[in-house]
Write a new protein. Structure first.
Length: 286
């Protein structure tokens, strides 16, 4: 998920049923329980526009009927479709680029060279952020010595990420040296596009994951990028999620949040803010 869900979706048909306050409340509860997402009242038009697309194909007359269908245990595929619709995913290469400078110049040099660095990107979206991480890791550490897991709850954006194929205009944030080293210009049917080179694509593992249900093998992490995700949750969910993630980071490991995100007011284990939005877990000796 990204921080663009405030935009108004103007593609809703005038002939779709309107969503009542009571129906919107049902979806607020549903998404909070299933993925921890907080939908404030101003998101009501977005919910109506996005989820309203499913009423006609399913021959449903109201949002209440759609909610009841999603609640049914036999409709997990439709629930995933609803999640894909409601979670917007706008991102870019080297977004909030200061974090990647800190990764390259401060975080990686502080991790022992003989240690195989384990990195998790908790909001893959369409792949720009994990591929940016992979470029920096490969540039500083070479093709080996690191692993990168990128997860997202949205199955559609993960499919885009695995392909690693983007419109050429998306390359604007990539430094020229990285563009030449890790990207290939499309030709023929892919003219006007570029693709992340195969070796780098294969170094990134993309996996679907609900942050409310972290996989057991997500542990002993050296670096976690969890940027522009906490804005979707209320303080209780934020605190619980960060505490769980903190327990998966090895002593001396690092956590990177979005510049607009804060941990103020959350009940968290001890953490050291190294620079704004970048935190380090105390080592065992601390």
């Amino acid at each position: 998920m990204s921080d663009s869900a405030t935009e108004h979706d103007s593609g809703a048909s005038l002939h779709r049923p309107t969503i009542t306050d009571a129906e919107f409340h049902l979806f607020q509860k549903l998404f909070h329980e299933s993925i921890g997402m907080n939908l404030p009242p101003q998101k009501k038009p977005l919910v109506a526009a996005r989820l309203g697309r499913r009423l006609a194909p399913l021959r449903l007359a109201s949002f209440r009927q759609y909610h009841d269908l999603l609640r049914g245990s036999a409709h997990s595929d439709e629930m995933q479709r609803a999640i894909d619709l409601i979670t917007t995913n706008e991102t870019s290469f080297f977004r909030e680029k200061e974090h990647f400078r800190v990764l390259s110049e401060r975080i990686l040099p502080n991790i022992p060279k003989e240690h195989r660095i384990k990195v998790w990107c908790g909001a893959s979206s369409t792949g720009e952020e994990p591929y940016t991480l992979a470029m920096v890791l490969s540039d500083r550490l070479g093709p080996k010595g690191w692993s990168l897991l990128a997860t997202d709850i949205n199955s559609e954006v993960l499919a885009v990420a695995r392909n690693g194929l983007y419109p050429m205009e998306r390359s604007k944030g990539i430094p020229e040296i990285f563009l030449k080293t890790y990207c290939l210009k499309g030709t023929g049917p892919h003219l006007g596009e570029f693709i992340i080179e195969r070796e780098l694509r294969e170094r990134v593992e993309f996996r679907q994951m609900n942050l409310m249900d972290l996989n057991p093998d997500l542990k002993d992490l050296d670096v976690v990028f969890l940027r522009n995700v906490l804005i979707y949750f209320d303080n209780e969910v934020r605190g619980d999620l960060l505490s769980k993630i903190w327990s998966r980071i090895r002593p001396g490991g690092w956590l990177v949040l979005g510049h607009s995100e804060s941990v103020v007011g959350l009940h968290l284990p001890p953490l050291e803010q190294v620079v704004p939005s970048v935190y380090r877990k105390p080592s065992k000796e601390v």
